[in-house]
Design a protein around this ligand. Structure first.
Ligand code: BYC
Length: 331
């Protein structure tokens, strides 16, 4: 039940070649595609897949951090964490709304998540046993998210690109608050520094997996780059993230759990060891440490929120009926 969707190769299209060529010309000219414009069915499906997976990731991503709101070490930390988790709920809503412009309903998307048909980011299937994990999520997970999402501000589908602009501004605050938590721990007592190091050891490899399979194994990349949904390949973004993050960790006196990590003077890049793709595949298929717990928590929250949705609907119906009655009375 909790296995995530099986992979399918991006559908290119059985559409009219003239329409396809005109569509591609608009993409090549950097025009934004809007919901009422003609688009190939494969483009629409790919966007629904990616935007909804992204929305699910934001909503499921609230859970590992929500775990620490009641246990944050100070009022200041609690307020910042609460605001961050609320931001993530907001990101989910912008993204579900962007997906809905493509003709799917929120209910269908949420049902796909709850039934295990839709994916969400592998990173949120790892546990958060220590306060240092709140810092590490902000620094590494939001840091990786920013690296992936800044180019999405220029993605070819208008509603997705516009949603990403605000999301990226907020992610940048999240990344800074996370780095500041890690910095405080790294400069604290030996026990605090150890907490930060242990947490980095647990999150480093899963953070690298956020960028998706290696380019040679990525099935959607070629078509997505052609449609300018994606602007950089998975490996290119992963490399940018490593190059930006390793010096930040060294500045804090932390080490990375990769004996093969070394700076290549000739290329100017940090070279890294082999990623454990078997682990990645297990987590994506629903066998990560927290997959079952996360989906169970989402379903529980959804069920317990049913009365809010019903009340909002009843209120909207009453307002519409009052408006209609007032209009008839005025005629
Ligand atoms: N986890 O052909 P590929 C956040 C799937 S939220 C799970 O390379 P594509 C945040 C992929 O979906 C972070 N699945 O695909 C929130 C595909 O499966 P399907 C989420 C993964 O689309 C709260 C298959 O593997 N960010 O930032 O070209 C707090 C083959 O992959 C993963 C987004 O969603 C993964 N890590 O590229 C803090 C960004 N990686 O659908 C932070 C938007 C790959 O064929 N998404 N898969 O069954 C993207 O940029 C792209 O979809 C990806 C994958 C780079 C993720």
């Amino acid at each position: 039940m909790y296995a995530q969707a099986l992979n399918t190769v991006t559908e290119v299209s059985k559409d009219d070649p003239a329409k396809l060529a005109a569509f591609q010309a608009r993409i090549d000219a950097e025009e934004k595609i809007e919901p009422n414009d003609w688009m190939p069915e494969g483009y629409r499906k790919t966007l629904v897949r990616q935007i909804s997976q992204h929305a699910h990731s934001e909503i499921v991503g609230m859970l590992p951090e929500g775990n620490w709101i009641t246990r944050a070490p100070s009022l200041k930390r609690k307020a910042a964490l609460l605001a961050k988790v609320q931001d993530e709920g907001g990101h989910g809503l912008y993204l579900y709304s962007a997906a809905e412009t493509l003709g799917v309903s929120r209910e269908e998307l949420v049902d796909a998540l709850h039934s295990g048909r839709a994916k969400y980011s592998s990173i949120f299937n790892y546990p958060t046993p220590s306060w240092a994990d709140m810092g590490m999520i902000g620094w590494l997970v939001d840091g990786a998210a920013i690296m992936n999402q800044i180019p999405l501000c220029r993605t070819s589908f208008g509603p997705y690109a516009r949603a990403m602009i605000r999301i990226c501004k907020e992610e940048s605050f999240h990344q800074r608050q996370g780095y500041e938590i890690v910095m405080t721990l790294a400069r604290g007592t030996p026990a605090q520094k150890k907490m930060a190091q242990d947490s980095l050891n647990r999150w480093w490899w899963p953070a690298l997996m956020m960028f998706g399979p290696s380019d040679s194994a990525s099935q959607h990349s070629d078509q997505n780059m052609k449609w300018k949904i994606k602007r950089f390949s998975n490996d290119a973004l992963r490399q940018k993230f490593i190059d930006a993050t390793v010096p930040q960790g060294h500045f804090l006196g932390l080490t990375f759990p990769d004996p093969d990590l070394k700076f290549n003077e000739a290329t100017g890049h940090w070279e890294h060891g082999e990623i454990d793709w078997a682990e990645f595949n297990r987590v994506v298929k629903g066998e990560g440490p927290c997959n079952r717990e996360r989906i169970k928590a989402r379903i529980k929250a959804h069920d317990e929120g049913a009365w809010v949705r019903e009340a909002a609907l009843a209120h909207a119906e009453k307002r519409a009926a009052r408006k209609a009655a007032a209009r008839i009375a005025a005629e």
